[in-house]
Design a protein around this ligand. Structure first.
Ligand code: NAD
Length: 313
């Protein structure tokens, strides 16, 4: 029997690729309900879905920030029956905290944290009743380790990690599975959108040094890191499919083995100093951040610090 999979944020990036990968499953095990805020943006998904569109893939509109939209969407699903909920919709935010308005910060939490909570709140009760279901949450490595100038985005992902860590315990009692996917950098519009925002921003309220550290030190190295270590949205889709298809899915799923030392540092030093100083040295004490990052990542990837990841293949 086909499993009903509902995915949020499918007009681009990771959500689009997960929708297409599942809809194209050779054994047709999934009926994918691909949702997006604005159905006028459906063309890319429809094109990528090919002849699965209208068969194993259908489209619905859903804005994770709206109670009405979420309710209407779920009500329109047959018997409100969703086997697998994939919370993918998310937004990024970069820059010095001084120059970001409180409203813009709240928008990030509205989508990344409350948007996911709203979806879970709507879908979970039916799953609990049926004693079945799987909830997937697209978190990030930044849900486990803070990254400079990503302060608010990181906080929103930490928030959802904490929420899920708490939920997982009672859901286990109801046989509902909950899994976090924690990618490192992924080449999507997410990154492009953020870089565009960065170029447009004027950084009111931030002093010249801070702006310089952000624009001239952080941004170029961040681009280098994306170039060198970035995965594709398809990689993340494959990892997600693996998690869904696992008989005993893990709660946490890092997808990028080159990033695991960053997380491991945190657990290796309970004072927190190792993480803070490593990031400090990476940002401020080296000319070629990229070069050093790579070598540190490589040398830290010793067996004691290596964390198991899921691989796309
Ligand atoms: P993306 O910008 O291509 O996709 C995000 C999608 O969410 C977009 O289609 C956007 O329209 C949608 N969205 C935003 N607000 C929404 C709302 N209110 N309701 C419904 N949909 C909404 O970027 P992506 O990289 O594919 O991001 C997908 C997820 O992966 C996000 O949760 C992001 O935090 C996470 N992630 C991304 C990266 C990365 O480097 N790109 C790394 C780790 C985690």
């Amino acid at each position: 029997e086909q499993k009903v999979v509902l995915i949020t944020g499918c007009s681009s990036g990771i959500g689009l690729r997960i929708a297409v990968l599942l809809a194209r499953d050779e054994q047709k095990r999934y009926h994918v309900i691909a949702t997006m805020r604005d159905l006028r943006k459906k063309d890319r998904l429809v094109e990528a879905a090919g002849d699965t569109y209208g068969k194993t893939l259908t489209l619905l509109s859903l804005d994770v920030c709206s109670d009405d939209s979420v309710r209407q969407c779920i009500d329109s699903v047959k018997d409100r029956h969703i086997d697998i909920l994939i919370n993918n919709a998310g937004v990024g935010l970069l820059g010095p905290v001084e120059s970001i308005s409180m409203d813009d910060m709240k928008k990030v939490f509205e989508t990344n944290f409350f948007g996911t909570v709203r979806m879970i709140k709507e879908v979970m009760p039916d799953m609990k009743k049926r004693r079945a279901g799987h909830i997937i949450v697209m978190s990030s490595v930044m849900g486990l380790q803070g990254v400079v100038f990503n302060d608010v985005y990181t906080a929103s992902k930490f928030a959802i990690e904490g929420f899920c860590e708490s939920m997982a315990v009672q859901l286990l009692k109801f046989n509902v599975k909950l899994s976090l996917i924690e990618p490192g950098p992924v080449h999507t519009e997410f990154e492009t959108k953020m870089m565009e925002d960065v170029a447009k921003m004027e950084y009111p309220g931030a002093d010249a040094d801070t702006v310089r550290y952000f624009k001239d030190v952080y941004i170029p190295s961040s681009i280098d890191i994306f170039e060198a270590l970035g995965q594709t949205p398809d990689d993340i889709a494959k990892c997600t499919k693996k998690v869904i298809e696992s008989s005993r899915p893990r709660f946490r799923n890092l997808t990028n083995s080159l990033y695991t030392p960053i997380v491991a540092m945190k657990y290796a030093d309970e004072t927190g100093g190792l993480s803070v100083h490593t990031f400090y040295n990476l940002l401020f004490n080296f000319g070629s951040l990229m070069h050093i990052t790579m070598s540190i990542l490589k040398c830290l990837t010793c067996s004691c610090l290596r964390r198991r990841t899921i691989s796309p293949d």
